[in-house]
Design a protein around this ligand. Sequence first.
Ligand SMILES: Nc1ncnc2c1ncn2[C@@H]1O[C@H](COP(=O)(O)OP(=O)(O)OP(=O)(O)O)[C@@H](O)[C@H]1O
Ligand SMILES: [Mg+2]
Length: 381
Amino acid sequence: MRLKSLKLINFRNYEEATIEFSPGINILVGNNGAGKTNILEGIYVLSLTKSNRYGKDEDLININANNLSITGEVVYDDYIKEYQVLMDKFTKRVYINHFQVKKIANYISNFCITSFLPNDIEIIKGSPSIRRNLLNIQIGQLYNHYLKYVNEYNSLLKIRNEYLKRLYINSFADFKYLEVINQKMLDVSLKIYYFRFFYLENINNILPGIYRKLSGKSSLKIEYFNNIGLSFYDEEQIKETLISKWKKNLNKEMQQGMTLTGLHRDDLIFLVDGKDARTFASQGQQRLIVIAYKIAELLVFKKIKGEYPVLLLDDVFSEIDIKRRNNIIKYLKQDMQVIITTTDLLDINDDLVNSAKVFSIKNGKITKKGGVKNARRKNKN
Ligand SMILES: Nc1ncnc2c1ncn2[C@@H]1O[C@H](COP(=O)(O)OP(=O)(O)OP(=O)(O)O)[C@@H](O)[C@H]1O
Ligand SMILES: [Mg+2]
């Protein structure tokens, strides 16, 4: 799939802007604060209906406006689809080919992306919810029913927690109902665990090799840290563990009004040569780890879906030395659409620039650069 065009209306610092992408490499050049990241964020929202940055949806609306629109034409092998996200301060609506899609889970997984954005460093440093979100976004783009299971799990979890509170204050409340909820939680947990184990196994099959190629020596692996203590999917063991833990911790859970065991507590640990990257890796290494993970994401997507998602790379080469930059570039393939931002074209390898469509971004205005040589000269000044 390829993003053919993007139209932003009242999105961040763009009042109205249209951009026609090349099906291959695209480079957005501009000074700090020009609006480069905002374009990638616009594409991210078009794909996933939410921003990856902190803050509220309404922050996305241009400060002088009350609503925004993001529209994108996406080209597939033999058809084109138009996606649209509309937001005002209170509502969000999404459309495919002008038809409103009521359930977000049915929208996501049609136009797919993999992105490396500034906040992604939080994948290493941030809270576990960031890593769970990452899993959900990736698996959700691969299998749209996965997100329906996650939604179902989250509503059951809410019901379960409320009921635990009720059991604690009301001695007449019925424990049978808790068993009914437990059974439902079990059923949907098995489905989600299955996807998470399967996905991470696929990632871990290729991640050590990718990181070794990028970094030159070390090896990277993800450990799936779940509080059921399993390193592989086993239906019977998952059932047994959940049931026995819920039983054992019932009093504690009732006191706290909270479910203490389950996949809502899942986490991922990035291990470089067996050591936790959070505490052992340098800033530059952490960036490289995230980039390696994103490449693995891209390749797993291609393996499962037969094509690449659109790749968004925000300022990917800063803080990375030349050798490693070139190692990253080797992963960018002919049949991949890539949209890269930079403040300086000189930071990007010549071959890549020569094969790219280059856009200049200035104060929320987009212009296509004439010749690449011209673009380089201008950028040098
Ligand atoms: N809702 C909004 N309305 C208007 N302007 C906004 C809004 N949100 C953010 N901006 C502005 O958009 C500008 C461009 O931001 P963006 O992050 O895209 O810059 P950038 O080109 O990526 O810069 P850098 O090179 O520093 O990463 C910022 O100056 C920011 O103040
Ligand atoms: Mg930026």
